[in-house]
Design a protein around this ligand. Structure first.
Ligand code: ASP
Length: 324
């Protein structure tokens, strides 16, 4: 996805890094392309909205060498939450601003605040989801949540939205020749979420963790599963103990599998009925993409090196797919 331009996210990030730009600034310039793309419904402008039809965005970033971080959650009205996360890092003493406070901060920092970040496409998909909810389920809050989730998953199965967009996020990590490692994660979060719900993406240690001496890890997929174990932090700690990015990522996936015991979260094989993915890079530039499930060739992550941009297959922990 290039949003009509010449370069993709990873190509833009790589070009910046090779030019000698700051690694984090290069990564954010990359994810901005996707955040601003009206056709992409997983992040930024045109991201799938919450249950009320409002687009609420989450993002965080970490700078390895500077040992700085910033994040925003439930931010409305700004197309590029990653840049607001960076402003939190650069201009405040804090790591996380949320909701209306985050929006006020963005306004004060000169960001354009828009009334509505929906595109015609995200609005239509939200309307379709709304129509699918059986009103009688509104009587029982638990059934309502289940019905909402079910309606969303039906839309994925029917090919109306991609699974990546229902659970859709970008995590972009990079390292330059000096070993400066940084990362950014940005998302519109879980589609049709309860307003105010914040997932793993803006939470340091969950949606992203960077240690300048070790490496970076970030995630997409069911945020609740990742938040429970702060898995990006876990992965970086595993690398600190000498693990390769792939093995470190697999360890986090094993933890998630072990922590998933509620029946509602299990498929008929007794395994998690959702997916979680981690993207991991160490200071030497070794990297991996791992996924609870990676059933076919569409399960890939993007890489850009001096040999150009390419997709690499995600390594799966479990056989088959989340649905059973
Ligand atoms: N991890 C994100 C969240 O839970 C969403 C996603 O990747 O789909 O908000």
């Amino acid at each position: 996805m290039k949003n009509g331009g010449d370069l993709s996210c990873v190509e833009t990030a790589f070009e910046g890094i090779m030019r000698g730009d700051d690694v984090l600034e290069s990564l954010i310039a990359g994810v901005n392309i996707v955040e601003l793309d009206p056709e992409d419904t997983s992040v930024g402008y045109g991201g799938l909205p919450n249950a009320d039809g409002v687009v609420q965005l989450d993002s965080c970033c970490m700078h390895g060498p500077k040992k700085q971080a910033g994040g925003v959650a439930s931010l409305e009205g700004v197309r590029t939450p990653s840049l607001v996360a960076k402003a939190v890092m650069d201009y405040t003493d804090h790591h996380l601003l949320v909701g209306p406070g985050a929006q006020r901060f963005a306004r004060n920092m000169g960001f354009d605040i828009e009334d509505d970040l929906n595109t015609e496409r995200s609005r239509q998909q939200w309307l379709d989801w709304k129509r699918r909810i059986d009103p009688e389920h509104y009587l029982d809050p638990h059934k309502r949540t289940d019905a909402g989730h079910q309606a969303g998953m039906d839309m994925v199965r029917e090919g109306l939205i991609r699974e990546e967009d229902y659970y859709g996020t970008i995590n972009c990590n990079g390292v330059n020749a000096n070993g400066d490692v940084c990362g950014v994660t940005t998302t519109s979060g879980l589609a049709w979420k309860i307003p105010g719900r914040v997932g793993d993406s803006p939470i340091l240690g969950a949606g992203l963790y960077v240690d300048g001496e070790i490496g970076a890890a970030g995630s997409t997929g069911r945020g609740e599963a990742n938040l429970f174990g702060l898995c990006s932090y876990l992965i970086v700690e595993e690398m600190r103990r000498g693990q390769h990015p792939k093995d470190a990522g697999m360890e986090a996936l094993r933890r998630i599998r072990k922590a998933t015991i509620e029946t509602r979260l299990l498929n008929d094989r007794g395994l998690p009925n959702f997916n979680v993915k981690f993207y991991v890079i160490n200071r030497r530039g070794e990297h991996a993409g791992v996924s609870l499930y990676s059933p076919d060739d569409s399960y890939v992550y993007s890489v850009c090196t001096e040999h150009g941009a390419r997709h690499e297959r995600l390594d799966g922990l479990l056989e088959g797919s989340a649905s059973g």
